[in-house]
Design a protein around this ligand. Structure first.
Ligand code: SAM
Length: 269
């Protein structure tokens, strides 16, 4: 059956057999794994993952692809095709604590990369690794280190939740239809425990957002004006952070320290 790709759903299907194989090999699946696939599409990845794992839940939003997926995976008894928007799905319904943490994999539509990460991190304590094919520039922002131009709130957001690395680059010609830019295959290994308590976590994200909102300004200006009405200099001094540096020079650890110290100094949000 010929499928006309829908641009509105980000349907750039992976057509390169070598890359499909490389993706599945990189995920290091075992026969004990439960896997969520996001955006099963025509099932190319789904069919390669199914024989390697214990249970596979493949989410796909496009109703016109569901009959094809069901038909081509009819013999894969461990695979369930779920016709649902991943952003609305109740993921916990499919997670059985006795089966351990799940692995998530997906060649996802670019325009929902961040909402998908937010959704997955919400269920983070049930997930061990996430593998996503995303725009190369997005992946570079995710893995960026302090001091680099691409380091920003996305880097801090993802690196707070896990260790991220780019496994390999996928050229645009590997997709049908070819997108405008190259992609990267990203691995995020989730932390086994959150780095901060819930209250500190909210403060951490407030500080990070405020700092990078005013990227070209020094911390003295961005944090003083936006986040903290007073005592910012004391808080920075306790962390040995100069108020005259710019946010991209601040490591994740320094942001974490700042969030904790802001609490003890009773700064307003
Ligand atoms: N996995 C296939 C492949 O690699 O060829 C398809 C990848 S294609 C880039 C993205 C797929 O995600 C499409 O099949 C699209 O219909 C589906 N999709 C888009 N938005 C979605 C959503 N919110 N929830 C679930 N699937 C979605």
């Amino acid at each position: 059956m010929r499928i006309k790709p829908k641009k509105s759903l980000g349907q750039n299907f992976l057509s390169d057999r070598n890359i499909l194989g490389k993706i599945v090999d990189s995920c290091n699946f075992t026969a004990a794994d439960t896997v969520f696939e996001i955006g099963a599409g025509r099932g190319e990845l789904t069919r390669l993952i199914a024989p390697k794992v214990k249970k596979l839940y493949a989410f796909e939003i496009d109703s016109s692809l569901i009959p094809l997926l069901n038909e081509s995976l009819r013999d894969a008894g461990n695979t369930q095709i779920i016709h649902q928007d991943i952003l609305k799905a109740r993921l916990l319904r499919y997670i059985k604590v006795r089966d351990g943490k799940v692995i998530v994999v997906g060649n996802i539509p670019y325009y929902i990369s961040t909402p998908i990460l937010e959704k997955l991190f919400e269920a983070g304590k049930h997930i061990k690794r996430i593998y996503l094919t995303v725009q190369k520039e997005f992946a570079q922002r995710v893995v960026a280190a302090p001091g680099s131009k691409t380091y920003g709130s996305l880097s801090c957001f993802v690196q707070y939740h896990g260790r991220a690395k780019i496994k390999f680059i996928i050229r645009k010609g590997s997709f049908f239809p070819a997108p405008k830019v190259d992609s990267a295959f990203l691995e995020i290994e989730l932390r086994s425990k959150p780095l901060l308590k819930k209250a500190d976590e909210e403060r951490f994200f407030t500080v990070v957002r405020a700092a990078f909102n005013q990227r070209r300004k020094t911390l003295r200006n961005s944090l003083f004006r936006v986040t903290f009405p007073d005592k910012l200099h004391e808080c920075l001094a306790r962390q040995n952070i100069s108020p005259d540096i710019r946010p991209e020079q601040l490591s994740l650890d320094s942001f974490l320290g700042l969030a904790k110290s802001a609490k003890s100094a009773k700064f307003a949000k």
